[in-house]
Ligand binder design. Sequence first.
Ligand code: DGT
Ligand code: CA
Ligand code: CA
Ligand code: ZN
Length: 584
Amino acid sequence: MSLSNREIADIFARCADMLQIRGDNIHRVLSYRRAAETIRALPRDLRVIADEGGLTKLKYIGRTIAAKIEEMLATGDLDFYQRLRAEVPEGLVDIMHINGVGPKKAKLFWQRLGITTIAQLQAAAQVDELVALPGMGAKSQAKILAGIEALSRRTGRASIGAALPAAQAILTQLLQLPEAQQGELAGSIRRGRETIGDVDILIASAAAAPIMRKFVTMETVARVLGHGPSKSSVELLSGLQVDLRVLEKARWGTALQYFTGSLTHNVKLRQIALEHGYSLNEHALSPVDEDKQIIEDAEKILCDSEEKVYAALGMQYVPPELREDSGEIEAARTQTLPQLITRADIAADLHMHTTWSDGKQGIREMAEACIKRGHHSIAITDHSRSLGIANGLSIERLLAQVEEVRRVNAEYGDRLTVLAGTEMDIKADGAMDYPDEVLAQLDFVIASLHSGLGQGREQITQRLLNAIRNPFVRMVGHPTARQYPKRGEVAADWDAVIAAARQHNTILEINANPLRLDLKPELARLAKDNGALLAINTDAHRIEHLDLMDFGVVTARRGWVEARHVVNTWSSERLRQWLSNRHP
Ligand code: DGT
Ligand code: CA
Ligand code: CA
Ligand code: ZN
């Protein structure tokens, strides 16, 4: 496996960090660090430069470093790096990336406290273990904790919410070229993962060169990482990396299947192909002999659609969102894949904000926009009183809002049902933010965690259970409270939460905002498997957010969710009926 410029630069940068922790001569450290910087800024593929014999002509790259680059290009690895890793725990390199931590401190934490990971360092700081170390104090310990928070916000992966529009814009541009016959996004973005390492684009064409030329000269390109006849890579000004592959139309199916992944899905598919007597790769299905060797003169099967690839293997077509080797292969072989929910099934949006709290538009404007999007019902759910920063509603304001919602609802008649609701805080002590007699006057009560998110598993579980058991709460909003990349999910006993949700008929939300996507697919799947009801809502704070619904639907699909599991696919009558039954 060959390494990219970026990967080679990363390895040199890590070598520099490890040498520094080990205490090597600063000139030696710098030679690796500068090499990494040179390679990161290179506009051309290192492989091409190496083939031309031009490595040592690059700035800061002498014979020693050039030899190491050659080694990585040839073997995909670097022996020197592996030997360093055996000596210096690699987690220390990550620790050095925390603002305020250099090699001396990293070494200090390692040697005094045995800390080799960021998680261990964070845990030690949280119980005040760092203050007593030489050169440390309460202030520097607090700075490290803040640095860890900031670092977690700067991960290498982009949110699908940012990556998808950028990727679609590029695809659209390329498809406008007369040479482009067909095109699609592949990789993790097609599978709908919530974060994207890089964007993969495939184009079918008989003439790749003009397509490649257009791709590497797009306005949004910051650097060209590679420019070849069938594959090119660029880094956009946003930092997002995009890979483009151009191939012949006759091989579209195998190529799209291969480059959509996931890797683990593909590995299993290749095994199944072998059982059928074929070797499967991005180009074709090639007949093999008993020793699994490709029979050179046998006719290969070309597939111009993915459907043909799966059909040739005796399988049902597997939707991209399911291709994670989490049971979909087995289901496709027995023709038992789920009938996944689609955007067209969604007929309501039960979570949105208005100018009454922290939204940008009023109730009527949101209602109009929802009619345009084909909804028959919406719930107006502004924040509750204890959420001061979001302009949460006092009881008086809430009741005034209910009156306005009722007026608007009456005006719209059969065109739209506007439910009077709230997104009520589950307070840090586990209490609901409004008393029951106030909640009783609302049509749709959401309860959400917004504060006390660092509490332990028991406490968080108890708070969620309090909400679920409250007879007026109909839904738990964004149950894990994760927000990418700001914070991870809360700790909770999800089996208990889901069981209670089912028992009390309380909906669990799949929040469609791409920074949340909460429930995540694995939990959504667990919830529907255990009979809990789901809803997919945008949590819109402005009209444009109403279009984020697609991200929620994709997340649900990744969780094997069908329309029947989701209440906002129901008819207006069924939803109204369900709401009128107080839950047990
Ligand atoms: P990412 O970019 O980290 O979000 O994740 P992916 O899944 O987009 O991964 P990427 O961009 O490295 O590769 C795109 C797809 O290409 C991947 O899902 C499967 C396929 N692929 C890449 N390398 C290999 C390989 O060595 N073998 C096989 N079978 N498939 C590969
Ligand atoms: Ca990718
Ligand atoms: Ca890629
Ligand atoms: Zn919320």
